[in-house]
Structures are given as C-alpha cells and as structure tokens.
Design a binder for this molecule. Structure first.
Ligand SMILES: [Zn+2]
Ligand SMILES: [Zn+2]
Length: 194
C-alpha cells in the first residue's frame, strides 16, 4: 500500500476510527508521521507544553518527534459479532524541563499496544464485565468496548503515552534543584540557604 495515500487517513480523522467505513478481513496498515494528522500533532504539542511549564514561548512540534505505526483489522465471529483488532507502535521524543532545576532535557517514549474492541452490548455480560484482557487470535489483547460505529483510537494512544512516559524527568538523577529561598541553581553553586 502507498503509505502517503491520503484516503486511509480519513478513516482516522480526529483519532476516531469509523468502524462502518472499513472492510472485514482487509487489514489497514498506517504509518503516520508528524505534520500528517492534526490530532496526533496535538498530542505531541500538549506533551511539550505540559513538560516545559516555565517556558512561556509557544510550544513547537518541530522540537519533537512522533511516529505511529498502526494495524487495524475488522473481523466477525458468532461469539463476538463484529470486532476490531488494533495493534500499534508509538514513538515519541520531546523536550522536557528537569522537574527540579528546569534545565532542558530530552525524553522519549517507545511503546506498543495490542487491543481488541468488541461491542458495548458485551460490557455487562458475566463473561466480559470484569475483563480487561481477551485472548484472541493467539494473543492476549487489551479489551475495550465500542458504541455505535466509532472507536476512540486517540484515547488508546493517550493512555499508552500516559502509562509509559516519565512523569518526573530529571536532567541528572542527582539533581540538587533550585534553592527555595533565593532560586539559585544548587547544582552550580551553594547559596548557603538551608
Ligand atoms: Zn535538574
Ligand atoms: Zn538560596
């Protein structure tokens, strides 16, 4: 498949997969880079903004990197009705301030996920109501439910990034931080305050 073909991307507009727009047993392989899908760019933008709280200048996505490889397959069985398998690999790199001294650092996330979306009518059934995983097609996959004809792929990606990112980036594990009295960077000098 021509990876730069615009057509498949319309199926993931705003990070929402339209289930009724994809065909059964015709796997969809997408590789999405920076500047190709606004909703994905926004995820990187928010990550940069959140991790650079003292930097007031507008967050620029050019300071980061992002790549999403995603494989989508729609299937049907008598047991599960219509279900969707989604596997993905996310790679993100972004600048982040050290949480103690605010020196710029760079962070990266590389993670993979494998999910199965089944209809929300299964959500209350004894078999699935307490399940977070499902073993299907020789693999354990995260179990999700979808309503109507939409799957929130963006939600899955946000969750993966949240779980895998470094919530406390440090420029050095021994960073001494800033003096709470005078603001001096204690890695550079000792101001004498306690
Ligand atoms: Zn630091
Ligand atoms: Zn001080």
């Amino acid at each position: 498949m021509n990876k730069s073909a615009p057509l498949p991307f319309t199926k993931l507009t705003d990070g929402i997969l339209k289930v009724d727009k994809i065909n059964f047993n015709k796997p969809l392989e997408l590789q999405i880079h920076l500047n190709e899908q606004p909703w994905l760019d926004k995820i990187l933008y928010d990550l940069i903004k959140e991790n650079n709280p003292s930097n007031n200048k507008e967050s620029k996505n050019n300071d980061g990197k992002l790549l999403l490889d995603i494989h989508i397959e729609k299937k049907h069985s008598t047991r599960l009705d219509d279900y969707i398998l989604i596997k993905g690999k996310i790679e993100v790199a972004y600048p982040a301030e050290c949480v103690r001294c605010l020196i710029p650092t760079s962070q990266s996330i590389s993670c993979e996920f494998s999910s199965c979306f089944i209809k929300s009518s299964f959500e209350k059934t004894p078999e699935y109501k307490d399940s977070t995983e499902i073993y299907i097609h020789s693999e354990d996959r995260d179990l999700h439910f979808y309503k109507g004809h939409e799957i929130d792929v963006k939600g899955v990606i946000l969750e993966e990034i949240y779980v895998n990112k470094n919530h406390f980036p440090l420029h050095d594990p021994d960073c001494k931080g800033l003096c709470s009295t005078c603001g001096e960077n204690l890695n550079n000098s000792d101001c004498g305050h306690k």
